[in-house]
Design a protein around this ligand. Structure first.
Ligand SMILES: CC(C)(COP(=O)(O)OP(=O)(O)OC[C@H]1O[C@@H](n2cnc3c(N)ncnc32)[C@H](O)[C@@H]1OP(=O)(O)O)[C@@H](O)C(=O)NCCC(=O)NCCS
Length: 281
């Protein structure tokens, strides 16, 4: 088995591995499964190759990609985006070898998202000090909500940075440029000061939605829910309980099995955040 750096030419094969590995896991537990669209996979992973070329790896056997991983680093924080091994070669050490490559000599502060129904990956990460800290709930449906009271304004980099410091705990300046390619963020002001920001796509995907505190994030979420035309979806950590409560109060439902947010020692679970997604957090 050869381990080498991933390239854009690998994306279709990587998505086939994700489909076989994650689909197999979910179907064994009786959950529905649809693989992500290739365009979405390509956009996120092209971006990761641009920002973190040394952290995306594939394992190749007989000329075929049979496993892959991707990770990124921002402002002293490392995040594992993917680790998938084709069912034919699972439990043979490939996943551990790829994790070792993506891990590198990065920072001590580390985060990842894992399936709650997957003891193998949770054990692999916990042995490296990343322990489940809170569930990640997928919420969806057609909302009914009154807008919040914060005032919308145009995006300013300093405003986004101030909110990120509170909501994520690290800088996401680079990622805002990427997220804004789809749709610019709305910044929400409280007493004239930036208190939250929110992203939504035409297709109804919400996130990231972030606040300097839970009340600000909830206000931004309510405003996004009130202006949604049709169904929305978002991923919210259980630690952001006010956001979970607001989403449920707007008539959204929990869809699919929960994920888990795993954190290294010293990283606090987010209290005022609905994440961007499983690849970029
Ligand atoms: C999870 C996954 C990436 C692991 O890769 P893999 O190549 O199968 O795993 P490896 O053989 O490298 O290592 C698995 C390790 O977990 C250990 N392990 C397995 N089950 C375990 C359990 N219940 N508790 C503790 N450790 C366990 C194994 O003993 C092994 O450790 P060892 O090499 O020290 O003995 C792979 O199985 C996979 O893609 N699964 C389906 C999709 C998925 O769940 N992806 C992760 C999304 S978060």
């Amino acid at each position: 088995m050869e381990l080498r750096r991933a390239t854009p030419a690998d994306f279709e094969a990587e998505l086939r591995v994700l489909d076989a590995a994650e689909g197999g896991l979910r179907q064994r537990h009786g959950f529905d499964w649809r693989p992500p669209p290739l365009d979405a996979f390509r956009s996120a992973h092209e971006y990761l190759l641009e920002t973190d070329p040394d952290r995306s790896w594939v394992a190749v056997e007989d000329g075929e990609v049979v496993a892959y991983t991707a990770a990124w680093e921002r402002d002293g924080h490392w995040f594992l985006s993917d680790l998938f091994v084709h069912p034919d070669v699972q439990a043979g050490g490939v996943g551990s070898a790829l994790l070792e490559r993506a891990w590198g000599d990065g920072p001590e502060r580390r985060l990842t998202l894992a399936d709650a129904i997957q003891p193998v990956s949770n054990a692999m990460y916990a042995r490296r000090g990343l322990v489940p800290a809170t569930p990640m709930l997928e919420l969806g449906g057609t909302p009914r909500a009154e807008p919040g009271s914060l005032e919308p304004t145009a995006t300013e980099p300093e405003a986004l940075a101030a909110v990120d410091a509170a909501a994520y705990g690290f800088d996401r300046a680079r990622d805002h440029a990427h997220w804004s390619e789809v749709q610019p963020a709305t910044v929400w002001l409280r007493g004239g000061e930036p208190a939250a920001y929110s992203y939504r796509t035409q297709s109804g995907r919400l996130g990231p939605i972030a606040g300097v505190d839970p009340a600000a994030a909830v206000d931004a979420l309510r405003s996004e829910l009130s202006r949604a035309e049709g169904a929305v979806s978002l991923d919210v950590p259980g630690s952001a309980r006010e956001l979970v409560e607001a989403a449920l109060a707007a008539g959204l439902r929990i869809t699919g099995p929960p994920g888990l947010l795993l954190l290294s020692r010293g990283v606090e679970p987010p209290r005022a955040l609905a994440i961007s997604g499983y690849w970029l957090f």
